[in-house]
Design a binder for this molecule. Structure first.
Ligand code: UD1
Length: 442
């Protein structure tokens, strides 16, 4: 039987879940075990990295998400071959062979759905001397330009032109090593230039590099493929270019944001969840914040365990920062929890502008939140009440799910399309731990 993943993959159509909604009747303390999937934000650059080599790259522990299908379609559109090994719940592994590439254009239709499509630029430019990528759209969280990616490619000798909504990058004689110092930390920018530098002529030094675990995972995979990278895990990466890369197999690291989101689900419902494959070391700052708010977090043999309900949740102040600081991708989830905490908290967003779109929706559920510039003051209320709400981006969507789990009455979250991009089987994972949650398909 074809799984939904295979149907989408073979047909080339991702099921439009724009009109789906999720209904939650809150108030149940969650209890049980959730398996944490492979990280979406690591899988996407890893899939793009396959373009660097004529030899196949096998990735295991891929999550079953629509973004994985979108990246797969982007790669096959360029001429790559992908063989997914599919389990009951989705892909377990994919072997990507980019031996024969027929084009170097990432079209508007794919890039508009998934901003991470821009990650094919570095590999294409490095291996074929050209790449044409539509200017990205994606999550509606601020302007999110790619200027730093482009400046970095220019430092490696590429010429960049913007025409008809496309970025055209060329390096007809190949890229050469150079010094790139990012003026601000950029995860995607670091990944893009790191991949490109692997095949550039000579040494590239990347200063103020992002140190996120997904960047480390990518660098480790590139080393398995034969790249020469030093300084992995620090903010200075030194890459000695090599002429070509070899065949490799790499297991994608567990999703730290999925882990953190379910950890908040345990705390906000006063429940007790074990998160298999979750790793505390990938999100120390968020785990420390959970402890400060009153939850108990401990490592287990297979992952980690979070217990809420031991004491009331306390309001705490948070500021998002590049890794190892508190992740911006956990900001919305913690805000949902602070909405029902004792006392007030101030949440400051320093990575993205306009990443408070969940605030009006949380307020519709009875939260007391005021935004002043980059900070939100959250005054905890004793209870949220269920309401129809609208999901606006990926992390906003999960924060509304968390709020719904804690609220009295029914919450209906509309436009769950974003959720399907980033959270594998969210309803069944939560339902198995006692949540009263169901998907209403249109
Ligand atoms: C990645 C993650 C995303 C996460 C973010 C920050 C993926 C697929 N997505 O996004 O979930 O929230 O890191 O941890 O891995 N910027 C520029 N110019 C650029 C690039 C970035 O101004 O050329 C700005 C952005 O607008 C933003 C900040 O830099 O304000 C950080 O963005 P960046 O780290 O690049 O985020 P992404 O890689 O897009």
């Amino acid at each position: 039987m074809l799984t939904p993943f295979l149907k989408s993959w073979i047909s080339g159509n991702i099921k439009e879940t724009d009109l789906d909604s999720i209904s939650i009747r809150g108030g149940v303390p969650l209890s049980g075990t959730i398996e944490i999937s492979g990280a979406k934000n690591a899988s996407l650059p890893l899939m793009a990295a396959a373009l660097l080599s004529e030899n196949p790259l096998t990735l295991t522990n891929l999550p079953n998400l629509s973004d994985i299908i979108s990246m797969g379609h982007l790669l096959t559109g360029l001429g790559a071959e992908i063989n997914f090994q599919v389990g009951k719940n989705g892909p377990c592994a994919a072997t990507i062979s980019a031996a024969k590439i027929s084009g170097t254009t990432a079209p508007y239709d794919v890039v508009r759905k998934m901003r991470a499509s821009v990650l094919v630029m570095g590999p294409l430019l490095a291996r074929f001397g050209e790449a044409r990528v539509s200017l990205p759209g994606g999550c509606a969280i601020g302007t999110r330009p790619v200027d730093l990616h482009l400046q970095a490619f220019e430092h490696l000798g590429a010429k960049i032109k913007l025409t008809e909504g496309y970025i055209q990058a060329t390096a007809l004689n190949g890229l050469r090593g150079g010094h790139v110092i990012f003026p601000m930390v950029t995860v995607g920018g670091t990944e893009n230039v790191l991949m490109a530098a692997c095949l550039a002529d000579g040494e590239t030094v990347i200063g103020n590099a992002a140190r996120e675990p997904e960047v480390i995972d990518l660098a480790q995979c590139l080393v398995l493929m034969g790249a020469d990278i030093r300084g992995i895990g620090t903010d200075t990466l030194r890459v000695q270019g090599v002429p070509s890369l070899r065949e490799a197999t790499h297991a994608v690291l567990p999703d730290r944001i999925e882990t953190g989101s379910y950890a908040v689900a345990a705390a906000i419902t006063g429940g007790d969840l074990t998160l298999n494959n979750g790793r505390i070391g990938l999100l120390e700052a968020a785990m420390e914040a959970l402890r400060r708010a009153g939850a108990e977090v401990c490592e287990t043999e297979t992952g980690l365990r979070i217990r809420g309900g031991l004491r009331p949740i306390k309001g705490i102040d948070l500021m998002t920062e590049p890794f190892p600081g508190f992740p911006t991708d956990m900001q919305a989830q913690f805000m949902a929890m602070m909405a029902v905490a004792e006392g007030a908290s101030m949440i400051t967003e320093t990575i993205f502008e306009n990443r408070f779109m969940h605030v009006p929706e949380l307020c519709r559920m009875g939260a007391d939140i005021n935004v002043h510039g980059a900070s939100a003051i959250v005054r905890g209320v004793p209870k949220l009440s269920g309401a129809p709400v609208m999901a606006t981006d990926l992390r906003a969507s999960i924060s509304l799910i968390l709020a719904g789990l804690a609220a009295e009455g029914e919450t209906v979250i509309n436009r769950v399309y974003h959720l399907d991009r980033g959270y594998e089987s969210v309803e069944s994972k939560l339902a198995a731990c006692g949540a009263r949650i169901e998907r209403l398909s249109d």
